[in-house]
Design a binder for this molecule. Structure first.
Ligand code: SF4
Length: 460
């Protein structure tokens, strides 16, 4: 019987004699020259070396990425990353809201429930087939809260008792790879997961309170690396702003973060291929620092050998930082071993709205920045700059008219690049607006010649 070291990429695994042939082991030859191994013990069905997709894609069914391990119980399917840390839970009983929906645990320990969004589905609104429901306050358009559902809440609790049962299994009765996988699960009880999740803030020196909307393209699975703190504007409407003044981090600090992150992600780093260069306006950083950080991260995280193809880099920008960046900055970014998404907060093309939002930019600045965004999107194949605008029923009609005019003047036919995101301000809405938001948004979307979606504020 052949045994493969599950930690190594398949191409470098060594064959050696199995020393303890035990139990009803099933090994299946799989594409990518690796083995999936399963084992049943008691009510547990364990699978190691499971391969998900190697590319992120937009699909309307549960699809996993990279490599995972699985533990099935009569009530739940638990899925684990390569460190043996719990990442997904799906309920298996009748009480579970929908068999196509699941829970995901983020690296900071937040839970996100992936909802199909009902009959009309969320794709036209979000660009994704699933509506993410958060366990924390956000601007989510969904009125229901899956975390109030007993089946969902108890699924999160269930890992504690399942973990306790696992500790009672005798590893000597298990095949080597299964025992190895199990020892990782046992090393990660709920308390350990919580304290590890808190460590990421210490490593990067801040909390990532908002991810760029474009990170949806990699299911929000990014490695965060902060290259500059603060932002240039302290907008009145913003709920995620930092109190810090804008300042680049030093190269030493970035190097230390990368070392800490490599240690934090451990074996599971091979299930990542994307970096978010934080924080709120890394585009305003020294271009040399952007290039240094991206390249160092790519090397240190060994993205060349990632289980996932097509690495991506995500950055926030602003009107000022886009206008300031010269061609050499975009040339540097365009040469990086990533496809880069830069997301810029334009907010409005109308003066009174900008004043009401307390955003210290001018209409002329917004127009000049958008002209440049369109030009960069046309010129650089591997860079996409996307824009954000505020979406609220409390803003004057001139606000949406200004956006339609600003974008429309650049295109005489639909264009596939340069997505426009609209951020709903839900706390400002009239009664019932949340209920009608999709219908209202579709009316606006039809007038925008580039892809346009709603932006849900999601934490790391
Ligand atoms: S919207 Fe952006 S620029 Fe304005 S305060 Fe928030 S983070 Fe800063």
């Amino acid at each position: 019987m052949l045994v493969f070291d599950l930690d190594k990429p398949a191409a470098t695994t060594d064959n050696k004699e199995e020393k303890r042939p035990k139990g009803p082991v099933i090994k299946l030859f799989f594409w990518f020259f690796t083995f999936v191994e399963t084992f049943d013990i008691g009510t547990f069905h364990i699978t190691v070396g499971k391969l998900g997709s190697r590319s992120y894609s937009k699909v309307s069914y549960p699809l996993r990425y990279g490599r995972l391990g699985e533990l099935k119980t009569p009530k739940h399917l638990f899925e684990f990353n390569l460190n043996g840390e719990l990442k997904f839970i799906t309920g298996r009983g009748k009480e579970w809201p929908n068999p196509s929906e699941w829970l995901k645990r983020t690296v900071t320990g937040n839970w996100v429930y992936y909802s199909t969004g009902g009959y009309d589905g969320p794709y036209d609104c979000l660009g994704e087939y699933y509506l993410p429901c958060f366990s924390y306050p956000s601007n989510n358009i969904n009125a229901c809260d899956p975390f109030e559902d007993h089946a969902v809440a108890s699924a999160i609790e269930a890992w504690g008792s399942v973990h306790e049962e696992l500790t009672k299994l005798d590893p000597k009765l298990l095949p080597e790879n299964i025992a190895k996988f199990l020892s990782r699960l046992i090393a990660n009880p709920p308390g350990q997961l919580r304290s590890k999740a808190a460590r990421i803030r210490e490593i990067i020196g801040d909390s990532v309170t908002v991810l760029p909307p474009d990170t949806r393209h990699v299911d929000y699975d990014i490695v965060p690396l902060i290259i500059a703190d603060g932002c240039l504007y302290k907008c009145a409407f913003c709920k995620v702003k930092s109190r810090l003044r804008f300042k680049d981090r030093t190269k030493e600090n970035i190097k230390t973060q990368i070392e800490g992150l490599r240690d934090f992600f451990g074996k599971d780093i091979s299930n990542y291929n994307s970096v978010f260069l934080g924080q709120h306006d890394a585009m305003n950083s020294d271009p040399e620092l952007i290039e240094y950080s991206a390249k160092l991260a790519f090397e240190a995280f060994d993205f060349k050998n990632s289980n996932l193809k097509d690495p991506s880099l995500f950055i926030f920008g602003s009107v000022a930082s886009i206008l300031k960046a010269g061609p050499e900055t975009f040339d540097r970014i365009g040469r990086l071993p990533f496809r880069t998404y830069i997301n810029v907060g334009l907010e409005s093309g109308e003066r009174d709205t900008l004043a009401k939002l307390g955003k210290g930019i001018t209409v002329e600045g917004v127009e000049a920045a958008y002209d440049k965004i369109v030009a960069i999107n046309k010129r650089y194949e591997r860079i996409e700059i996307t824009s954000n605008f505020i979406y609220s029923p409390d803003l004057p009609p001139a606000h949406t008219e200004s956006i339609v005019k600003l974008i429309g003047k650049h295109f005489d036919h639909p264009y596939p690049k340069g997505t426009i995101y609209f951020s709903p301000l839900l706390d400002a809405g009239r009664n019932g607006w949340r209920k009608n938001i999709k219908r209202e948004f579709y009316k606006l979307k039809r007038k925008i010649p580039v892809p346009s979606f709603l932006y849900l504020i999601q934490r790391l």
